[in-house]
Design a protein around this ligand. Structure first.
Ligand SMILES: [Fe+2]
Length: 484
């Protein structure tokens, strides 16, 4: 064996499929953006310096940078990994065969198209044929370019099989993974993460990871950001506490496997294309690490939501979990926003999301339950896309049910729901397989077509409160000519 490592440990078995070495309960480090240190063997971290002539236990020192070396200290992300063999020990990268074909990292007229139409998809079926996380991943839409380090991509995945003897590495950007069905057991170079639906995982650019699917059939959403990283949003007048608390972000503890893995494959996403490189050992051979550039997870049920306590409706930004910023203050490359269970208490207020047109683009998904603005048609595992300045809002059923409840609606707890939004200031282009998908809902617009005019000029005595529409659907105000 090339490695100088020779201590007996209990964590040697290679995990293939659902290995018994992936325990039901894992321990984590806690905190967001902290500089952390973790060692699977006491004394494995060098003391006093990062790169000693010989590291403890004969490990190799290797740095991974998430920001340029000279990024300001408050933004600087890097970690030191102490590993049995360094990452560079592999055969040359080659284009993966077969070509993936459904991953995009540079959106242009040759690979995607654009439409202002409101789009909605039903949940995609989980494949019957063996499909792992990599093969099951497909880009839905996005904008910009990973080459130019500015942009985003939104992907979804449907899969049923664990990655076998291979690891994925995304050179293009950070993944924010939102599992909707099926748990993800993710082995990373920093250690292992168990991620259930209702939790999210962030896998920063460059980290190698492998996804096991202990439940088999699995579905979820992935936001990818190019050229920046996710941060906690500023809280402004909310104060020092609220929304996602830093201590609820969980980081893996160092874990490694030391074994020969003939034919082990690193699958590298680079400019949206996949390349493979062979090596004869597991990349999860990091015995100790320290730094602030790490994978992490977060349980969305820990989120502390804020909203009005008297009247009107907060903008959805009030529920931002994480934001990938641009250089413009308050303008996000991509916000991750959730709509969790919570109390609605506003008086004399239309409580569902208001009708609006947004200069930002909104992609929505639903993890479980229903969504307050859509009585039907927006299903767990489905998605919707409302692009820049495209109008949207509650469907007809929701509008009518809300106003018929009237002002007397008491405090109401929204339960059994977890919807989310990826919101970006960039205008997305849409991939052809998403536009032509059999799961596309061609009748989405119908949910608003039934919105009728409630307009009436004389409301003084309440005598005219019946519907002023005729049955043909043509609006005919009873009094006078057309308004404005
Ligand atoms: Fe919206």
């Amino acid at each position: 064996m090339h490695s100088h490592f020779n201590m007996e440990t209990e964590s040697k078995a290679v995990s293939k499929g659902v290995g018994p070495d992936f325990p039901e309960e894992l321990e984590y480090e806690s905190g967001f953006g902290n500089h952390m240190a973790s060692e699977a063997i006491p004394g494995a971290l060098p003391q006093g310096q990062n790169s000693p002539l010989v590291c403890p236990y004969g490990l190799y020192a290797e740095q991974i940078s998430g920001t340029s070396f000279t990024s300001p200290r408050k933004l600087n992300l890097c970690s030191w990994l102490y590993r049995i063999k360094p990452s560079v020990t592999h055969e040359p990268f080659k284009p993966r065969v077969p070509v993936h074909g459904k991953l995009v990292s540079e959106f242009n007229q040759s690979n995607s198209s654009t439409t202002p139409t409101q789009l909605r998809w039903k949940p995609e079926d989980i494949p019957h044929s063996p499909t792992d996380f990599i093969d099951g991943l497909y880009t839905v839409c996005g904008a910009g370019s990973s080459f130019l380090r500015n942009g985003f991509a939104i992907h979804m995945y449907t899969a049923n099989k664990s990655m076998d003897n291979c690891a994925f590495c995304n050179a293009d950007g950070d993944f924010l993974i939102v599992p909707q069905e099926g748990r993800l057991w993710i082995t990373t170079e920093c250690g292992r993460l168990q991620v259930s639906p209702g939790e999210i995982a962030i896998l920063p650019q460059g980290f190698r990871f492998s996804v096991n699917l202990p439940d088999g059939p699995s579905r979820g959403y992935v936001a990818e950001v190019f050229g920046t990283h996710f941060q906690l949003p500023d809280l402004g007048p909310i104060g020092a506490n609220g929304l996602a608390a830093p201590r609820d972000f969980l980081v893996p503890k160092a874990w490694f496997e030391e074994s020969s893995c003939p034919g082990y494959t690193i699958v590298q996403k680079f400019g949206g294309e996949l390349f493979t490189a062979r090596q004869d050992f597991s990349p999860f051979n990091v015995v100790a690490w320290h730094g602030n550039y790490v994978p992490y997870k977060y349980d969305l049920s820990k989120f502390c939501p804020y909203n009005t306590v008297l009247f009107d409706h907060s903008d959805p930004s009030i529920n931002t979990v994480l934001t990938a910023p641009t250089d413009k203050p308050g303008v996000a490359l991509l916000d991750f926003v959730i709509f969790p269970p919570r109390w609605l208490v506003a008086e004399h207020t239309f409580r569902p999301p208001y009708y609006h047109r947004n200069c930002m683009t909104e992609f929505m998904g639903l993890i479980h339950g229903g969504y307050e603005a859509k009585a039907d048609g927006f299903l767990p595992g489905g998605a919707s896309l409302h692009s820049c300045m495209t109008p949207h809002g509650p469907d007809t059923k929701t509008y009518e049910a809300t106003i018929s409840r009237g002002n007397e609606a008491g405090p109401h707890r929204i339960t059994d729901t977890m919807a989310f939004m990826f919101e970006s200031f960039l205008m997305p282009r849409i991939c052809p397989w998403a536009l032509e998908s059999p799961f596309m809902d061609p009748d989405y617009y119908q949910c608003w077509i039934g919105l009728k005019s409630h307009f009436q000029l004389d409301t003084t005595d309440g005598a005219n409160e019946k519907d002023i529409n005729n049955m043909n659907g043509h609006d005919e105000p009873k009094i006078g000519a057309h308004h404005g």
